[in-house]
Design a protein around this ligand. Structure first.
Ligand SMILES: [Cu+2]
Length: 161
């Protein structure tokens, strides 16, 4: 008769436990920074490079911050000299081995309704959410960046992206 030893039980359970644990996101956050804001309630914009070091596409689905009312993933586009931006409601796919840049005039994290001012030299924490509910914490260095393209700020002066 075959005995069911504790060791056997452990070996049988191991794959189940591995499947239940949240999978790490194979994403590196690089060059993360955010624009300072002078007053409570204002918006900031966050920028970074997200690099996928895994073998499968990873989709960024959203972000939150303890210091903001809401964080949205936006893309600024310019057509016929008019700048506009839209929410990336379908998420943003980072291809395996590839990277996606968030930079002024392009993709950005719209950090809305700051609960306190952000001064240069401080850090802004963002929690990035990926497909499957996986999360990555990002620390954005607060600093002044390159000036906005004039067209980008024209439609909504308080809406800095
Ligand atoms: Cu925006």
């Amino acid at each position: 008769m075959r005995r069911f030893t504790p060791l056997t039980a452990t070996l049988l359970l191991a794959p189940l436990l591995a499947a239940a644990a949240p999978k790490a996101v194979e994403v590196d956050v690089r060059q993360a920074w955010a624009r300072p804001v002078a007053a409570v309630g204002m918006n900031s914009a966050g920028y970074m490079v997200l690099a996928n070091r895994g073998r499968a596409p990873i989709t960024l689905t959203g972000a939150t911050s303890p210091l903001a009312r809401e964080v949205m993933v936006h893309r600024t586009t310019e057509a016929n000299g008019v700048s506009s931006m839209r929410a990336m409601s379908q998420g943003l796919v980072i291809p395996p081995g590839g990277q996606v840049a968030f930079a002024p005039g392009g993709n950005h994290f719209m950090v809305m309704g700051l609960k306190r001012p952000l001064k240069p030299g401080e850090r802004l924490a963002l929690t990035l959410t990926f497909d499957g509910g996986r999360k990555v914490e990002a620390q954005l260095a607060v600093r002044t960046g390159p000036p906005q393209p004039a067209a980008a700020v024209a439609p909504a002066p308080s809406h800095r992206h």
